[in-house]
Design a protein around this ligand. Structure first.
Ligand code: 7RM
Length: 515
């Protein structure tokens, strides 16, 4: 989240090189897989990344990822020295920013590319184990980034815009690295975390820099509500937030309580909240209120932007009337839409344009419902095997594959989401071990071992919050794991669904007790 991070992205764009940013919280293995899939020729990184006052060894993770093998396409590793601490440098391959810049001209003419030239590939989770490389183009993407800065945020030359997202995710691409500068905004780029040195940091930053447009995620708001309730010193009331005029929310549904708190305590009942719905694949905001123009309803992202033909349909692609929940689709293309999945045109077609729905509707992967009165959209959450944990997209299959790869311990694993007050959804793993059912301290020890394993395979963000052991999983006679039963059990609910197709109904009692 340094300025150099954004500079590196834009430098790639300037010379016509396609970039793929990998979030700093991913593991060496996740990085290696992305390098191989992308066929990257260089890695740009930092010696250490500062996070909450600590130095995180990013370059060491890069070295570890490259050492895992298969990354022969990498010719150069460029290292920005963020901190004074030394890191390992490989002669002939690694170069510091300072070394690379020495003796270079300060001018670099931009390389012209066609509008469809791939600007970047950003990996995101889908319903299979392998992340998808979402490919975006140069022209349409930048157009939509710029337009949505104007439309969703009503950007004026006097504004100070702050999007708190990390550049490792799409929100950080479009509303930190590209949109604000394309629109000529004055922007804040924040390297820190919301809770360091204390949970009043966002409010202090807004006051100090006279921020006028503030864009963050519901999960951050919820954790700051909790902190403000526990300690008045970090309450937004302690800071002068009168510079603010528009607030934004993104990444997951915002619950009406969090919306009201944000509206009152941060926006002083004066600032409209734009609840912006969009995805890695849409490139920019597609459903949002227009601040000051669209009457707001807490928990609703209201109406599509001009040109976005959003609709709610049934499984066959037929339109549903307002008031009926269904599948969110977009009927016509728009400038910043995903162009393809990197190296996998077939998966692009089958994931987003399902034949059962006629093959021409863009399937967002979310459920939604439109209100009877205004036709406002409310997103009800993913309808595929994708979880949203603190606004981060995680595939249940990815986590299952990671657990199953621990072959000395794990016979089988199933991962589902359950609602969580703070993180929106929490990861819950049901695990069958290759040894007798553990109890007490042994169960705790194995659960920790599995969590650490997942952190190594994917990254700390994928660690399951709950791990429940059982001797088996609920399966149909044809061997399919019945996840909807697991979802009820994860929530702590009694299983009320039809279990007549279950091969081993007795297992439900054991899973329930495990809870
Ligand atoms: C921008 C981003 C996409 C998924 C998407 C939804 C969920 C995002 C909202 C939302 C309800 C919102 N890209 N989502 N914004 N749900 N209201 N305003 O988050 O690719 O990482 O995630 O996030 O489920 O499909 S993403």
């Amino acid at each position: 989240m340094t300025l150099e991070g954004v500079i590196a992205m834009q430098a790639c764009a300037r010379i016509g090189a396609t970039h793929s940013v990998v979030f700093g919280g991913f593991s060496a293995k996740a990085l290696q897989e992305r390098i191989i899939d992308a066929g990257a020729v260089a890695v740009i990184t930092t010696n250490y990344q500062m996070r909450g006052g600590k130095e995180l060894p990013l370059k060491a993770i890069v070295d570890e990822g490259l050492a895992l093998g298969g990354c022969e396409s990498i010719r150069t590793v460029l290292v920005y020295q963020r901190t004074a601490t030394a890191c390992n440098m490989v002669a002939g391959r690694d170069k510091t920013f300072a070394e690379a810049l020495a003796g270079q001209s300060t001018e670099c003419a931009p390389v012209s590319v066609g509008a469809e030239h791939p600007l970047f590939v950003l990996y995101t989770s889908g319903s299979t184990g392998k992340p998808k490389g979402v490919q975006h183009c140069t022209g349409g993407y930048l157009l939509w980034a710029k337009l949505t800065m104007d439309w969703a945020f009503d950007l004026k030359p006097t504004d100070v815009f702050w999007c708190t997202a990390d550049i490792g995710w799409i929100t950080g691409h479009t509303y930190v690295a590209y949109g604000p500068l394309a629109a000529g905004a004055t922007q804040i780029i924040f390297e820190g975390v919301p809770t360091f040195p204390n949970a009043g940091r966002f409010w202090q930053m807004i006051e100090r820099h006279k921020c006028t447009i503030f864009y963050t995620a519901p999960t951050a708001i919820r954790s700051l509500i909790k902190a403000a309730e526990a300690d008045a010193k970090v309450h937004p009331a302690r800071s002068d937030l009168s510079s603010l005029r528009i607030l934004g929310s993104v990444g997951e549904p915002i619950n009406p309580e969090a919306w009201m708190w944000y509206y009152k305590n941060v926006g002083g009942e004066r600032c409209p909240i734009v609840d912006t719905f969009w995805q890695t694949e849409t490139g920019g905001i597609v459903i949002t209120p227009l601040p000051g123009a669209t009457p707001l309803v807490p928990g609703s992202c209201t109406l599509p932007l001009p040109g976005i033909m959003a609709a709610i349909v049934d499984e066959t692609g037929k339109d549903l009337p307002n008031g009926s929940g269904g599948i969110l689709v977009i009927k016509r293309p728009w400038p910043s839409m995903i162009r393809t999945i990197w190296n996998d045109a077939e998966r692009f077609k089958t994931s987003y344009f399902p034949e059962e729905m006629g093959g021409k509707l863009y399937l967002a992967g979310d459920g939604a419902v439109r209100s009877e009165d205004r036709g406002y959209f409310r997103i009800t959450g993913r309808i595929d095997d994708v979880l949203n944990v603190s606004g981060h997209r995680m595939g249940t299959m990815e986590i299952e594959s990671a657990l199953a790869a621990k072959t000395d311990l794990v016979a089988e694993a199933a991962v589902v989401g359950r609602p969580d007050d703070l993180t929106g959804e929490a990861i819950c793993a049901f695990v069958v071990l290759k040894r007798p059912l553990p109890t007490g301290d042994e169960a705790k020890r194995i659960a920790k071992e599995l969590r650490d394993w997942v952190a190594k395979e994917i990254g700390p963000i994928a660690k399951p919050k709950d791990i429940r052991f059982a001797e088996n999983l609920p399966k149909t006679r044809s061997g399919k794991i019945m996840r909807r039963l697991l979802r009820s059990i994860a929530k702590g609910e009694a299983v009320t669904q039809d279990t007549s197709t279950l091969e081993n109904p007795a297992i439900l009692d054991q899973l329930g007790q495990a809870y």
